[in-house]
Design a protein around this ligand. Structure first.
Ligand SMILES: [Zn+2]
Length: 151
């Protein structure tokens, strides 16, 4: 199961379907706020679906956030209601575990091995292919990233 943002409804169609009348032109439109009942204090970004009430300060980044808040739903329920939850047979996403010291050593070991192969070949006069050179640079970059992250 996973969230597919591309399946979210178009913001204009969604908010009109929620009974809001969008006024104005351009990216940000004005409408009534269903959260405090105000007449024209809600601004809606018709490109991203972001919304904010200038009066009661209810706000959210997309139509999912609006649907959650207006209908009292959690994220998955709102995503399902909006047709953006895909049942693909995989388990629901869980938080990734922390990157441990053992993980770091495993990455560094593999990257050091890759760099040693490229440099050993270069010492024999064999220049790396473009793909091997990119892999070498990526490996060196990962080593630097890990070193900086552990400071
Ligand atoms: Zn409001």
């Amino acid at each position: 199961m996973s969230f597919d943002r591309d399946r979210l409804p178009d913001p204009v169609g969604y908010f009109e379907g929620e009974g809001l009348r969008l006024q104005g032109r351009g990216t940000w439109r004005t409408t009534s706020c269903p959260f405090h009942g105000g007449g024209d204090s809600m601004r809606i970004n018709v490109s991203t679906g972001a919304w904010v009430c200038m009066n009661c300060h209810a706000r959210g980044g997309d139509v999912v956030a609006f649907h959650m808040q207006r209908h009292g739903l959690d994220f998955v329920a709102a995503a399902k209601a909006l047709g953006a939850w895909v049942e693909d047979g995989k388990p629901a996403p869980t938080r990734p575990r922390a990157f441990s010291a053992a993980d770091a050593i495993a990455v560094l070991s593999k990257d050091l091995h890759l760099c040693a192969i490229v440099l050993s070949a270069a010492r024999r006069g064999v220049l790396p292919t473009d793909a091997d050179w990119r892999a070498f640079l990526a490996a060196a970059g990962r080593c630097i990233t890990i070193a900086e992250a552990t400071r």
